[in-house]
Each structure stands twice: as structure tokens, then as C-alpha cells.
Design a protein around this ligand. Structure first.
Ligand SMILES: [Zn+2]
Length: 198
């Protein structure tokens, strides 16, 4: 996946965030003037804008941009899509993998676009459950397929670094629609994504 920088940061947003992060550092007992921290508010301001750039992006447009007429109705599966997001409760990362499938109904889209749709919704403040259904709904609305399946497996740093410290727990969420509501189709998908999972 491409992790390119944002072309243009909004200076007013960067400045406002920098001021707040500088205050936050002081409140946390740090000296924002010391050498290692001097550029931290700016770096953090830009990192946060990068990690929430999905608000400005339109998942359906991305799918539309590579939508092709194709007369196939076999299940299309894209598995192990890397995923990095921020939990909206703690603004700490959660990360893992998304597995996505759809059954075309006259139209297909570029496989890389499916991965980009994951980024569009992941680069916002999220809960894993909503992220899962948003991806499903974008594919459903744009491609009008016979079915869509999305499974996300992720680890949440808010759980691993604080509170309960369940270090190895993986949260799995899923969203199925159409043909995938049938047990048979769903189990075919599950078989495909677990085939050589490590
Ligand atoms: Zn959290």
C-alpha cells in the first residue's frame, strides 16, 4: 500500500494543533522547549492530519474510478489487506488485517481500489465495528454486487498498553450482505481467507 504524504497540509489546522500539543506536553510534565521535543508538536500535528485524511476522501468515487463491465459471477476475494486506524475512544492505534469479498453482478473494480477503500475509512477516528460496515456498504452501493463480505482482525493498543493489558487479544468483526448471508457462501469465503493464515 502506498503511504504517501499529504500534498498540502492546512497551515491553520497545523498551527492550531501545534499550539494544543505544546500545551499538552507541558501538562504531561514535559519541557516542549527541550531539543528532542522542539519539533514534536509540528510532527504530531502533521501525523494526525495524515492519519485522519480519510474524512476528505470518497470511497465510492475511488471504486467508481475503476469500475468495469465484466460478465463474471465468481467470488472475488482480497485478503490480508494491511489496516491501520485510530480508536475514537482513546485516539490510539488499532491495526491488523481486512479480508474482503464480493460476488460481481455485471461490474468489477480494480483490486487495489478495494485496499484503498480500507484506507479511506481507516484514516478517521473509528470503532472497528463501524469500519467494517462502512467498507461493506461502500462496495455494496457502488458495485451493486450479489453479495459482500468483510472480516477485520485487529489488535488495539488501547487494550494492550493500558487498562486490561490483554496483550495478545485479537478482535474480529464481520459484516455480510446478500449471498454471504447464506451459510454455504459464507463458509466458502471463510475457508478461502483462513487457507494459509499464519
Ligand atoms: Zn480505545
Amino acid at each position: 500500500m502506498a503511504y504517501t504524504k499529504i500534498d498540502q497540509y492546512d497551515d491553520a489546522v497545523t498551527d492550531g494543533l501545534m499550539l494544543n500539543y505544546k500545551n499538552a506536553l507541558t501538562l504531561l510534565g514535559e519541557d516542549p522547549g527541550r531539543e528532542g521535543l522542539q519539533k514534536t508538536p509540528e510532527r504530531l500535528a502533521k501525523a494526525m492530519q495524515f492519519m485522519t485524511q480519510g474524512y476528505e476522501q470518497d470511497a465510492c468515487k475511488i471504486l467508481e474510478s475503476a469500475k468495469f463491465k465484466e460478465d463474471i459471477s465468481e467470488m472475488v476475494v482480497v485478503k490480508d489487506i494491511e489496516l491501520y486506524s485510530l480508536c475514537e475512544h482513546h485516539i490510539l492505534p488499532f491495526f491488523g488485517k481486512a479480508h474482503i469479498a464480493y460476488i460481481p453482478n455485471g461490474y468489477i473494480t480494480g483490486l487495489s481500489k478495494i485496499a484503498r477503500v480500507v484506507d479511506v475509512f481507516a484514516r478517521r477516528l473509528q470503532v472497528q465495528e463501524r469500519l467494517t460496515t462502512q467498507i461493506r456498504d461502500a462496495i455494496k452501493e457502488t458495485l451493486n454486487p450479489l453479495g459482500v463480505a468483510v472480516v477485520i482482525e485487529a489488535q488495539h493498543l488501547c487494550m494492550m498498553m493500558r487498562g486490561v493489558q490483554k496483550q495478545n487479544s485479537v478482535t474480529t468483526t464481520s459484516a455480510f450482505w446478500g449471498e454471504f448471508e447464506k451459510a454455504e457462501t459464507r463458509s466458502e469465503f471463510t475457508k478461502l481467507i483462513t487457507a494459509d493464515l499464519h
